[in-house]
Design a binder for this molecule. Structure first.
Ligand code: SF4
Ligand code: MG
Length: 315
């Protein structure tokens, strides 16, 4: 499959009052067309900032974002407008991301209006068809966001993201704010849409159980760095990075027999401040396997086994 997105040495640093927050500090990965890449890590690890920088909500501090062959960090004017149609975002909080004073039709139609694509009856037909695509109906068009449940609001957010027929969608924790009973429905909808429209997803989540079923490959982030990246099944069966092992050991297993006998890896301490990250390996202050070299040298992110990338001195 063709590579649709390539992220090269991406950095996003924020200047704050008395220092610099290195939210994303040199991330490299690529995504194939039609693939879903899950991006996982604790809050503050830089996963949302990575997504927002790729879609140009933020300007990168350094690095390249090659999307369909061109570096989108350099796009201007008409080229940038074209890119804005090709890549869309679904946000975590369907409550906060929908304007409460706009009707559903105007929320979904906003991109169509900004790009002057359709008007009048054609515009309305397009909005009806988008509502249908996400499992809502035309009676919903003139209502306001507060009249809908969380799951329905996220469907509205998905319809808005689809309005311009993008090829690539960044979903930033799209199910984290939803009831567990609704989460699977939204994931199923996203998977159906992917099949139907050949969409590519960057699916951001804070824990590994949420990305397991939707991701072809999974990347794990810690403190602004990508620490491991491989096929989804491989990551679950053969995690290499000590941080990934710890994340996996925190997922409850439904079988009580296995649950009782297995070992939990409890990480000591908090995630260090991204303003003052540890020397060497960013995970070393919490790593149960840390060695002397871990404080001295930052481990390179490299292919330890075919298709399996890791940043750790153990490999
Ligand atoms: Fe742990 Fe060292 Fe590997 Fe970092 S490089 S994850 S500290 S063993
Ligand atoms: Mg986030």
């Amino acid at each position: 499959n063709e590579i649709i997105l390539e992220v090269k040495n991406l950095k996003k640093h924020f200047n704050v009052g008395n220092g610099v927050v290195k939210a994303v500090d040199g991330v490299n990965f690529s995504i194939k067309r039609g693939e879903t890449l899950g991006l996982v890590g604790e809050s503050g690890c830089g996963k949302s900032t990575t997504g927002r920088t790729i879609i140009r909500l933020y300007e990168p501090t350094e690095g390249e974002v090659i999307f369909k062959g061109r570096d989108v960090t350099k796009l201007k004017g008409r080229e940038l407008k074209k890119f804005n149609r090709e890549m869309q975002m679904i946000f975590q909080d369907p409550y906060a991301s929908l304007n409460p004073r706009m009707t559903v039709a105007d929320i979904i139609g906003e991109g169509i209006d900004i790009h002057n694509l359709l008007s009048g009856k054609e515009r309305l037909e397009r909005i009806y068809s988008l509502l249908d695509t996400v499992g809502l109906n035309r009676e919903h068009a003139n209502r306001f966001p507060h009249e809908f449940s969380g799951g329905q609001r996220q469907r509205i957010g998905i319809a808005r993201a689809l309005a311009l027929d993008p090829d690539f969608i960044i979903a930033d924790e799209p199910i984290s704010a939803l009831d567990v009973s609704i989460q699977a429905q939204v994931v199923n909808l996203l998977q159906d849409l992917q099949k139907e429209k050949g969409l590519t997803y960057l699916f951001i989540a804070h824990d590994l159980s949420m990305v397991k079923h939707i991701s072809d490959r999974i990347g794990v982030m810690y403190l602004g760095h990508l620490v491991e990246l491989t096929e989804s099944i491989e990551l679950y069966e053969n995690p290499l990075h000590p941080y990934t092992e710890a994340l996996l050991s925190a997922i409850p297993i439904p079988d009580p027999e296995i649950e009782r006998t297995r070992q939990r890896i409890i990480l000591e301490g908090d995630v260090p401040s991204p303003m003052n990250p540890p020397s060497g390996c960013p995970f070393r202050t919490r790593c149960p396997k840390a060695m002397d070299i871990c404080a001295e040298k930052r481990p390179e992110f490299k292919e330890a086994q075919p298709g399996h990338f890791v940043a750790c001195h153990l490999y």
